[in-house]
Design a binder for this molecule. Structure first.
Ligand code: SAH
Length: 346
């Protein structure tokens, strides 16, 4: 039992790399009980019983990148490609607003069709119509100038998972034309520009070691992001990683608790990937210190085409059904789904 280390993490909101390594390598069910109890307590001190919700709009499945883990990679000839029009995106926001969403997340592949001008126009229209809502972007890597233009158009937040804080590991997950340094440059630019920024990684991605995870956690502590997205790696049948094992629920939950204690106020989603590897994965995520859920607002007609990994859940339901289902799930663990922007520290 590692109660001393866990107590130290709770008291100081920090542990050294060596301590984190010991904690992860020797973790037991008993350790997780203590750790997740502390994580829930920290989460409650920061945000009470509130769980924030983000409406996810998957605007394009076209991607110029070839990340080895992702079902949308350009080499996947079996992927069905689509793009939502500006009107379709705005109508997702309309139904989302009705359902109580006060944050819209635009996420997609790196699709050159969506220029800065097109995005700026969409962002401005959303903000004009819904000035009480936050707009979060998850568009992949762009130039600093582009990040600045989108920010000036009204975007509030940006999600860009760092994927791994180990340079060598990064090169095993990505094609040679993508670089760890570019990814890190983007995160730094986003923060300097003034976005609320989210980084994150997949748990159990191929070639990940405990040392990689320790680097991820140390990077997260240092970078001080406003949001951290983690979920299990899940294989996709049409990628080079089709035969790699999925990440586990157990390790993902453990790391969610560690991250909550490292960054007490962080916005931490219980992700769709977590709900995909286990039927009540998201509820367990909330019990481990998560405080955000991101239901799908994309039109049902395209949902089965935005497949990052196999067996993705929630690809058949209407937005209202997703929202209702999540509300029940959140309430089943004694929490409350709220209709707020849910900014960092709010
Ligand atoms: N193009 C955007 C959005 C990517 S999708 C970008 O590059 O940021 C969002 C996240 O899904 C990715 O950052 C990745 O961490 C995760 N993801 C991709 N493929 C996955 C898989 N097979 N299993 C689990 N998560 C995956």
């Amino acid at each position: 039992m590692q109660d001393k280390l866990i107590q130290k993490l709770y008291d100081n909101a920090d542990l050294s790399a060596e301590e984190l390594k010991v904690l992860i390598e020797n973790r037991s069910d008993e350790d997780f009980k203590l750790l997740s109890g502390f994580a829930r307590k920290r989460c409650e001190e920061s945000y009470g019983d509130r769980v924030f919700t983000r409406g996810l709009i998957e605007f394009s499945s076209c991607c110029k990148n070839d990340c080895l883990y992702c079902g949308l990679r350009r080499s996947n000839k079996n992927a069905e490609r689509y793009r939502l029009t500006e009107d379709e995106i705005l109508s997702c926001c309309d139904s989302g607003y009705e359902l109580g969403f006060r944050t819209f997340v635009l996420q997609g592949g790196e699709d050159a069709h969506f220029t800065d001008d097109i995005f700026c126009n969409i962002i401005k229209k959303i903000k004009e119509k819904y000035p009480d809502c936050a707009v979060t972007l998850s568009l992949g890597e762009r130039s600093r100038d582009s990040f600045q233009r989108l920010f000036d158009a009204g975007a509030d937040r940006y999600l860009l998972r760092h994927e791994t804080a180990d340079k060598e590991h990064y090169s095993k997950l990505h094609p040679t034309e993508m670089s760890f340094d570019d990814r890190m440059r983007c995160l730094k630019d986003l923060k300097e520009i003034g976005y609320q920024v989210g980084c994150g990684f997949m748990v159990g991605s191929p070639y990940q070691t405990v040392d990689c995870l320790v680097k991820d956690l140390r990077f997260i502590k240092e970078f001080q992001p406003h949001m951290v997205g983690i979920g299990p790696f899940i294989r996709h049948k049409d990628t080079p990683f089709h035969d790699k094992p999925d990440g586990t629920l157990e390790l993902t939950l453990f790391l969610l608790s560690v991250i909550r204690l490292l960054l007490p106020k962080v916005l931490l989603p219980a992700t769709t990937a977590l709900g995909t590897i286990s039927p009540n994965g998201r509820e367990q995520g909330l019990m481990a210190g998560a405080n955000v859920v991101m239901p799908n607002l994309s039109p049902v007609s395209v949902r089965k085409k935005y497949l990052l990994y196999d067996n993705k859940i929630c690809t058949g339901e209407e937005a209202a059904e997703c929202r209702g289902c999540l509300q029940r799930r959140v309430e089943s663990v004694g929490r409350r789904l709220v209709c707020e922007r849910g900014d960092y520290g709010s």
